[in-house]
Design a protein around this ligand. Structure first.
Ligand SMILES: O=P(O)(O)OP(=O)(O)OP(=O)(O)OC[C@H]1O[C@@H](n2cnc3c(O)ncnc32)[C@H](O)[C@@H]1O
Ligand SMILES: [Mg+2]
Length: 169
């Protein structure tokens, strides 16, 4: 089965390419239907679900996958949060999974709480252009141990694994 990815972001597309062994992988710039910077788990998850749904519609007969990055408030500070959704033809509900979460430094958290987007803030902070398509905030703040692509790979595996489990039951 082929799959449509709901983004052209290189970190996200490469995560799907590395994990999807069932057919072709094509990427489509899709709407997320949520804010450019989702706030909270619910909104971030919804963005992933919308991207998966719209992507699947763009590629006849294919599955659709959406990956979305957001931030979530906790009693212990603001964390990045990441969600994925997989639509497979024949299944009514999407498979969903969340990924790694780390705390952001307070000097980045404050502007985000006031409505800023993480991408531009990270470019400024890291002095790296397009960090969102490369190591990402997660890579930057973990000394390069977990890149954004690897973090999304984990989510893609969790999605594929749930589909495989569903096929067997
Ligand atoms: O083209 P799309 O798929 O939208 O890719 P994106 O990089 O904008 O990714 P998201 O919309 O999922 O992420 C929401 C926002 O958070 C930023 N962001 C999320 N994770 C990040 C990371 O690890 N490093 C830098 N920016 C990140 C991102 O650039 C956006 O401003
Ligand atoms: Mg975006």
């Amino acid at each position: 089965m082929n799959i449509a990815v709901g983004t052209n972001n290189k970190a996200k597309v490469s995560a799907v390419e590395n994990c999807w062994t069932f057919g072709n992988v094509k990427s489509f710039q899709t709407e997320s239907g949520v804010k450019d910077q989702p706030f909270g788990h619910e909104e971030t998850m919804q963005g992933a679900i919308n991207r998966a749904k719209y992507a699947a519609k763009s590629y006849e007969g294919a599955a659709g996958i959406g990956l979305e990055g957001g931030v979530a408030e906790t009693a212990n500070g603001l964390y990045i949060c990441n969600w994925g959704a997989l639509y497979v033809p024949g299944y009514k509900e999407p498979f969903t999974a969340s990924g790694a979460s780390i705390r952001l430094p307070e000097e980045l958290a404050e502007p985000l709480r006031n409505g800023a987007e993480l991408g531009p803030i990270m470019e400024q902070f890291s002095k790296q252009k397009n960090i969102r398509q490369n190591e990402g905030a997660v890579g930057f703040f973990t000394n390069g141990r977990i890149s954004r692509a690897r973090m999304f790979e984990h989510i893609v595996e969790l999605l594929i694994g749930q589909w495989e489990y569903a096929k067997m039951h």
